[in-house]
Design a protein around this ligand. Sequence first.
Ligand code: C2E
Ligand code: MG
Ligand code: MG
Length: 264
Amino acid sequence: HNSAGHLESDLRRALDRNEIEMVYQPIIRLDTKTVGGFEALMRWKHPRRGLVMPTEFIPLAEKTGLIIPLGLFALEKAASELASWQRALGNVPVFVSVNISSRQLLRHDLINDIKTVLNKTAIIPNTLKLELTESLIMENPEHSSQVLAKVKELGAGLSLDDFGTGYSSLSHVMRFPFDTIKIDRSFVSNTDGKGRPVILRSIVGMAHDLGMEVVAEGAETENDALELHQLGCEYAQGFLFGEPMSPELAFKALQQDQKVDAYA
Ligand code: C2E
Ligand code: MG
Ligand code: MG
């Protein structure tokens, strides 16, 4: 076996061996600077290799079909964590968004999985969100729009991930019932030049006209956050506000904000 072969057979056992974990990166409301929600991101704690990042194993999981059980794990884990946070905070509508891969959308019964997860947990409607990229939905636009409409009906939110990296325009993705768009970090970080505010302003304006909220990805400096707020982005996510963290730390961050609110 070569190294990729080992990685594949290791990945096959990773779930059963409890090596897969979800971490949560805060998504900050720019008007209040409080945590609005989190993006759930997968991590693989490999017994010999150490921490393996999703950019390394998600493509392998997609190729082998292992993304189906891994994706379901992510969904169930994130939903149960979200439900417990909402319960503990007394129904504060914090949200969690979970990344969805092509195979999950195209070949598996995503609708039933969402239904099961939402029935099992008492989550506030639309606070469990699915993140999908435009290239993913454009692989099969007809099928995608049907599935997404049903998912939305069930009470899940929909976020358009990495917006701006594909070839579609916002008018193109308008046919899909997204409530949120996430602007790719390539438009957000990289502060040089005057082009950034122009592009961002037009994306934000169109998104708002279409009734969607905007999350800016990759906010790394105070200046980024200030500019994004001035441009009308509701939310930002990035190393400035926190790296992906354990569910325990994520809950602490939420509690902290609630206390601050209570004294405000
Ligand atoms: P993504 O969905 O666009 O997730 C955002 C990625 O950007 C995360 O990388 C995050 O750690 C990173 N990031 C956040 N803030 C900053 C910043 O300020 N600067 C920079 N340079 N990077 C930032 P991560 O966790 O390595 O995930 C990479 C990709 O792997 C994700 O991109 C997503 O496409 C995929 N992925 C992660 N977890 C899952 C999962 O559970 N299921 C699926 N299907 N894909 C996943
Ligand atoms: Mg994402
Ligand atoms: Mg993204």
